[in-house]
Design a protein around this ligand. Structure first.
Ligand SMILES: Nc1ncnc2c1ncn2[C@@H]1O[C@H](COP(=O)(O)OP(=O)(O)O)[C@@H](O)[C@H]1O
Ligand SMILES: Nc1ccn([C@@H]2O[C@H](COP(=O)(O)O)[C@@H](O)[C@H]2O)c(=O)n1
Length: 232
């Protein structure tokens, strides 16, 4: 889940961000960077949203936010026409590390840590591609949450986080959440969701995501039993 894509003001009412990498007069102030990993539909973006809500950040203008949340999904690579045809049939592996633009993630997080303003691509799951010409501007903040299935997979990226959290949700709960989400929000049909899950999502979770939860310093456990996300 990306932050709001509305084009923000460059100078907020309290003058916090001056558009030039300075916050409250501090050049290149480095945020506290938190990585939030977990399997598909474990609740990563919900956890980040709850953190932002609890800290009163949701209704704050983009440029004034002290806490921002960025999704790794914004960094999916652009597909070739033949891969795009596969993706449209649910036969492309979006859960493999190669599906992500690792260099762009690394450079973006380095820029964020250097207190720079960054433009993050907006991703559309319905077309399996970026929304052309659309970006979310991330302004220097105190805390940046970076969430995704493989945020701890790439060692260079993993080493940038000051704190690593893993959202630990059992796989049947995750599948039960993913099916309606992908059908209702991502334009998929049931057969496609289940085939993609069995062929790519589940094996990649076991190979690339789960083994890296040992890098986490904290675990969020969510299950069918705390079905109300507001209780997180
Ligand atoms: N604790 C929870 N209880 C019930 N449903 C949840 C909970 N956390 C998330 N969900 C739902 O599960 C789906 C996937 O959650 P999401 O936060 O998008 O997961 P992720 O970002 O890990 O893919 C969404 O429809 C969301 O509303
Ligand atoms: N075009 C795409 C891109 C990604 N996916 C799936 O999304 C999952 C990651 O997002 P979560 O919110 O679930 O963490 C990943 O498992 C991909 O399979 C997709 O289906 N289509």
């Amino acid at each position: 889940m990306a932050a709001s894509s509305t084009e923000p003001k460059t100078n907020g009412p309290n003058g916090r961000y001056n558009g030039n990498g300075r916050i409250n007069g501090v050049e290149g102030k480095s945020p506290f960077l938190i990585g939030v990993a977990g399997g598909t539909a474990s609740g990563k973006s919900t956890v980040c949203k709850r953190i932002m809500e609890k800290l009163g950040q949701v209704d704050v203008d983009n440029a004034q936010r002290q806490v921002v949340s960025i999704s790794q999904d914004s960094f999916y690579r652009e597909l070739t026409p033949s891969d795009k045809a596969k993706a449209d049939r649910g036969q492309y592996n979006f859960d493999h590390p190669d599906a992500f633009n690792e260099d762009l993630i690394f450079q973006t997080l380095k820029d964020i840590l250097a207190g720079k303003k960054c433009d993050i691509p907006v991703y559309d799951y319905k077309t399996n591609s970026r929304c052309e010409g659309q970006f979310t501007t991330i302004y220097p903040a105190d805390v940046v949450l970076f969430e995704g299935i493989l945020v701890f997979y790439f060692p260079e990226i993993r080493d940038l986080f000051h704190m690593k959290l893993f959202v630990d949700t059992d796989s049947d709960t995750r599948l039960a959440r993913r099916v309606p989400r992908d059908i209702n929000e991502r334009g998929r049909d049931l057969e496609q969701v289940l085939n993609q899950y069995m062929n790519y999502v589940k094996p990649a979770f076991e190979e690339f995501c789960l083994p890296n939860n040992n890098h986490a310093s904290g675990l969020f456990r969510t299950s069918a039993y705390n079905a109300n996300p507001s209780s997180l």
